[in-house]
Design a protein around this ligand. Sequence first.
Ligand SMILES: *[C@@H]1O[C@H](CO)[C@@H](O)[C@H](O)[C@H]1NC(C)=O
Ligand SMILES: *[C@@H]1O[C@H](CO)[C@@H](O)[C@H](O)[C@H]1NC(C)=O
Ligand SMILES: *[C@@H]1O[C@H](CO)[C@@H](O)[C@H](O)[C@H]1NC(C)=O
Ligand SMILES: *[C@@H]1O[C@H](CO)[C@@H](O)[C@H](O)[C@H]1NC(C)=O
Ligand SMILES: *[C@@H]1O[C@H](CO)[C@@H](O)[C@H](O)[C@H]1NC(C)=O
Ligand SMILES: *[C@@H]1O[C@H](CO)[C@@H](O)[C@H](O)[C@H]1NC(C)=O
Ligand SMILES: *[C@@H]1O[C@H](CO)[C@@H](O)[C@H](O)[C@H]1NC(C)=O
Ligand SMILES: *[C@@H]1O[C@H](CO)[C@@H](O)[C@H](O)[C@H]1NC(C)=O
Ligand SMILES: *[C@@H]1O[C@H](CO)[C@@H](O)[C@H](O)[C@H]1NC(C)=O
Ligand SMILES: *[C@@H]1O[C@H](CO)[C@@H](O)[C@H](O)[C@H]1NC(C)=O
Ligand SMILES: *[C@@H]1O[C@H](CO)[C@@H](O)[C@H](O)[C@H]1NC(C)=O
Ligand SMILES: *[C@@H]1O[C@H](CO)[C@@H](O)[C@H](O)[C@H]1NC(C)=O
Length: 828
Amino acid sequence: MLALLALCWQVLGVEALEDAVFDPLAYVDPLIGASNGGNVFAGASLPYGMAKAVADTNSSSNQGGFTLDGAFVTGFSGMHDSGTGGSPSLGNFPLFPFTNCPEGDINRCVFPKKSRAAHGGFANNTVTAKPGTFGITLNNGIRADMTTTWHTSLFRFTFPTLGSDGQPAQPLILQDLTDLSDSRQDNGSVTVDPETGRITGSARFLPSFGGGNFVLHFCTDFKGADVLDSGIFVNSRGSTEVKNLTISRSINGYPLPGGAFVRFSSGAEPILVRTANSFISAEQACKHAETEIPDYDFGRVSEAAIEKWREKMSIIKVSPAGVEGSLLTNFYSGIYRTMVNPQNYTGENPLWESSEPYFDSFYCIWDLFRSQIPFLIITDPAAVAEMVRSLIDTYRHTGWLPDCRMSLNKGYTQGGSNADNVLADAFIKGIKDGIDWEDGYAAVVKDAEVEPYDWCCEGRGGLDSWKALGYIPVQDFDYKGFGTMTRSISRTLEYAYNDFCISQIAHGLGRTADRDKYLASSSNWKNLFRPDQTSLWWNGTNTGFTGFFQPRYLNGTWAYQNPLNCSNLDTFSVCSLQNTGRETFESSIWEYNFSFVPHDQSTLLILLGGPSLFTSRLDYLHNTNITYIGNEPSFLTVFQYHYSARPALSALRSHSYIPSYFSPTPSGLPGNDDSGAMGSFVALSMMGLFPNPGQNVYLVTPPFFEQVNITSPVTGKVARVRNVNFDGGYKSVYIQSATLNGERYTKNWVDHSFFTEGKELVLVLGDGESDWGTGVGDLPPSLGEYVGFAGGNGTAVNDTSTITGWKRGLEEVVGRAWRGGYVGDVKV
Ligand SMILES: *[C@@H]1O[C@H](CO)[C@@H](O)[C@H](O)[C@H]1NC(C)=O
Ligand SMILES: *[C@@H]1O[C@H](CO)[C@@H](O)[C@H](O)[C@H]1NC(C)=O
Ligand SMILES: *[C@@H]1O[C@H](CO)[C@@H](O)[C@H](O)[C@H]1NC(C)=O
Ligand SMILES: *[C@@H]1O[C@H](CO)[C@@H](O)[C@H](O)[C@H]1NC(C)=O
Ligand SMILES: *[C@@H]1O[C@H](CO)[C@@H](O)[C@H](O)[C@H]1NC(C)=O
Ligand SMILES: *[C@@H]1O[C@H](CO)[C@@H](O)[C@H](O)[C@H]1NC(C)=O
Ligand SMILES: *[C@@H]1O[C@H](CO)[C@@H](O)[C@H](O)[C@H]1NC(C)=O
Ligand SMILES: *[C@@H]1O[C@H](CO)[C@@H](O)[C@H](O)[C@H]1NC(C)=O
Ligand SMILES: *[C@@H]1O[C@H](CO)[C@@H](O)[C@H](O)[C@H]1NC(C)=O
Ligand SMILES: *[C@@H]1O[C@H](CO)[C@@H](O)[C@H](O)[C@H]1NC(C)=O
Ligand SMILES: *[C@@H]1O[C@H](CO)[C@@H](O)[C@H](O)[C@H]1NC(C)=O
Ligand SMILES: *[C@@H]1O[C@H](CO)[C@@H](O)[C@H](O)[C@H]1NC(C)=O
């Protein structure tokens, strides 16, 4: 037997051995983003799992529950969101353990969340976080380890031998009716069963970035020690005489503390606490708990969770040779974070009856559509199909696609109806599994055609003006639908791109009239471009660039917004959803000027003065910190040099941001992860294949690793990028030449078939910029025509093409129907 095994290893050879030992999970650090406002969920979860167990702290930045910023643990709870802004999400029904109540007096245990935090101090180095598990030791000696299944968290509390009073441990574990935001409403209730110690209950809470409310239920069981006694508490006092409690919010702007507790006769063995949640009922929560973790086997449950992650993470394999381990950690941790949110609440939606999947925590699609969902389309298309079906089913039952959704409620819309972009991206990349695309199409058309009465949280506002004028006016007159009347520029740009995305689906469904109609309105962005607009710094110095988007009134007259307002350097303006906000959302006209014409960069190039001026303006945007990589509108600007025939500069730029703005440390993220948006930016940038979502395009830069293998979960084929002359010091980041499946390849982009057909891209690198990918015919698809690339204004450097006013040939474009052409399915 043994001899045979040894022989097998020999036969399998070195490569298989390397393959066998390369474990992507070794490079995942869930604590990245646990401080400095990253707001990530650092705890235990399955991919897209509803149960998310972690220690919650009292940090003012505890949106994800746990933080590593010196804050104290206030409880251990099993529902969370990751990387979000807004108020802290979920964190409902936290548990809190005590080794003893001094002198055996339960009233000397500390019940209220605010005061028990004093018992929640911990040292950073006791925290262990890995995909599927999380652990921490409190300064009082209590160790807490946790893992999860779909709806159930399993906590293992290990107690010191003696309590703070020097007496043998007689642990008390409480569970209260709070959440991270203290949003509990009226009539929370809890019951403890004196025989078994089972605690069940429910309460109504508020979503963290939206309207409405939701009811959540729980069911908690214990194993490991005999129940000594049990009871309920209100505020700081408890009783073992009372087993049931219904409690109002009270009137002090703070929900009155209330919950139940169980005390155990011994703390000699670890106490296992199994707690499940359900949006349906406490009975359903108990059923989840009993079926998912019947055996309380911490080892089995955590192994299963780890294996689920390993399966997901093994889709992408990179070669670790020659690079620092911290880069691998950056990469795989970024990938990991793309599968924490959205969350799979299938079977847990009390709002409507349906056999369709239900996903929640799309938080928010404005953040997710740019790179997170596109990343998952490559690595987990089956999950994306379920998400898309859920979005369409949400439209069927609520009337609208969401732009943001959490905790069963509508979240706030930040700009356009960006679920349109998600649907288009999935559609053009061939995601089919069970999706009713006719309903999907009806949903996106409704966004374009019907204005909701309240467009705070779905659809678009100002549709009358949009249709009559071709832009959203500043100080619009809209008596049909109501929302925050700001962001006229960014809404115009986003609506235009939404329409482009609709046109792509229309094309695929053979609706040519619609396709042409929405392609036409997709150029509405041009209506806000003011060619003579200059941009001055606050001190009056001219930036030297001319031609910017500007707001316009209903009568067509230009209004004014400083193009630098809402940039990273603007400390004056209010730029979010406040009603005092500006005409651009969370970013400047400078940035929107580049990144939010994703479908017609060729026309933008002309408007900005040609390729050279486009390139130097893009440099200026980055070099002077006008842009901020911590917010999603910046993502495309890193790679937009591809459109001005300078793909080498995209590579340089991505190295300038990674790792300096994304380091694998708790404080290493430039702000909120936004679900896994930042994580997906890191992953796709390091893979060297950056999407322009809604289009069948990935912009090619050299991966940060010598090799990247991506197995298509659809076809099982392995797509591969290989760098020749790879150097881990990243001096050679300039592509000199390339082959695709062995043939010379000069285009600076590939399409989605690269992944599904398992193609091989070999990039030969050198230490100087070359002419690779710089010919006009090599540039990514764009609606308009690429002109001015040689001999015109702003001759493109390294442009081998001598053709001025180049038109992409008909034969290259399938389905060309409108002006510059159709961007969807260009042949490679
Ligand atoms: C660790 O603990 C200290 C003090 O409690 C805190 O200030 C610090 O930010 C923590 N986090 C890290 C990552 O060091
Ligand atoms: C968190 O709890 C600790 C211990 O009670 C306390 O010192 C600290 O002020 C609390 N922090 C916040 C933000 O409430
Ligand atoms: C809470 O309970 C009280 C007393 O039973 C009842 O009058 C009230 O309507 C309940 N409130 C809610 C929001 O259910
Ligand atoms: C406590 O609640 C349980 C479950 O809802 C119920 O069966 C029991 O009768 C209640 N006991 C009291 C004393 O109200
Ligand atoms: C990628 O796949 C190729 C072909 O199967 C293999 O030779 C190579 O070792 C793989 N690279 C990695 C990093 O897994
Ligand atoms: C979502 O949950 C349902 C029901 O538990 C399950 O069938 C499905 O496979 C899950 N989807 C994903 C992507 O995990
Ligand atoms: C004005 O501000 C810009 C941007 O900070 C700076 O580059 C420029 O040197 C300043 N000009 C003067 C005259 O101070
Ligand atoms: C257009 O409307 C703006 C804002 O009300 C006003 O300032 C401007 O004078 C108007 N222009 C014309 C030509 O009427
Ligand atoms: C825009 O920037 C200017 C500086 O040019 C600043 O004075 C102004 O307050 C900003 N506008 C708003 C409305 O915040
Ligand atoms: C080039 O563009 C600049 C800025 O738009 C313009 O001022 C100049 O006249 C143009 N030159 C030529 C030769 O077209
Ligand atoms: C841009 O920001 C980075 C990081 O904060 C800083 O190092 C750099 O000096 C800034 N550049 C300019 C031109 O302000
Ligand atoms: C490409 O442009 C760079 C920078 O302008 C220059 O150094 C290099 O020599 C050029 N390469 C070719 C092949 O023209």
